[in-house]
Design a protein around this ligand. Sequence first.
Ligand code: PLP
Length: 373
Amino acid sequence: MQFTPFDLEYTQSIWEQKVDINLTESGVHPIRLDDLLGDDADKLASLLSTEINYPHVNGNPELRESIAALYDGARIENVIVTVGAAEANHVVVQTLLEPGDELATQAPTYKQVWGLAQNKGCDVKPFHLLPDDAWRLDVDDLNAQVTDKTRIVAICNPNNPTGYIMTSDEMDAVVAAADRVGAWILADEVYRGAERVQEEETPSFFGRYDKVLAIGSLSKAYGLPGLRIGWVVGPPDTVEDLWRRHEYTTITATMLSNILATHALSPEVRPRLIQRTREYIRNGFPVLEEWMAQQDGLFSCTPPQASAVSFVRYHLDMNSTELMEKLCREASVFVGAGDSFGMDHHLRVAFGQEKDVLQEAFARMEKTLRSLI
Ligand SMILES: Cc1ncc(COP(=O)(O)O)c(C=O)c1O
């Protein structure tokens, strides 16, 4: 069977260690371990005395409790802990899809689930977010792409790469489309908590329909990508089925990451991490916006409502992968190519970094871009 590589992660593997500035990370600058632990000497002592054993295979109970508390109506039986949202998406696809099934998915989007479904011999049917209408969901397109063969409707909300947050009506339209054909909703919600323009956290699909698998992670909204902790929240019997796949895939996340994740999600620490992420996002986007405004109409973009990335349209007659590679070679700045998200003539620019890093990156990009006008 033909294998489709994961284009975005593949280009990251190639370039991220070769460039001076990497602006492809959709989360914010990661937090240090000592900042995560704070001044809590007891916490540190108990961490150092941890036996580095396997934890509970489906996640330590305290961690699963803390995750369940983030979803109205969820209990510990609804939760499995995975190695990042990446494993969560993987086990969901392995569990639910058979060759020949259809998967309907947003475009543009983070194309992990898309590629996994293709590699399983499924048909992927994209439905679009509208670039000329502030990335609103094209509901007619959604309804056309969801058919009797659709097994999963895959959503990323807040969306990567646009940062768009669905309205309540759009969420209802997704539920109605899935319900019409009895499909599952795979709701990748890793940017929940990383809101830029509102204090309220993006609502979850969990609880809106019985066949929802809601996916979360500590990588983006919490600034902890290296912990490799993600999760799925869904109906207990399906979570058990995912657990059987998880045993084959990674067995479990690590003991240390289970303990640190429980600390991160505690009521004392979680608000601090969310606040930190939002500060990076809220301070970083104006730096990008101001720079784009000085580029004589080269760029247009709808500001992201959440996440640390902006999906920016550039007005040059050049393919996005070519432009991305040129910027890597000439400016040593790495940004995401629109091609990697299913939409050419865009770049995904991450801004969850310190101001001086962003300014240096944009000054370097400007030199290369000017040579193309
Ligand atoms: C939408 C989305 N889902 C999942 C992932 C994977 O995240 P994790 O680090 O939790 O595996 C990413 C990472 O960029 C992402 O953007």
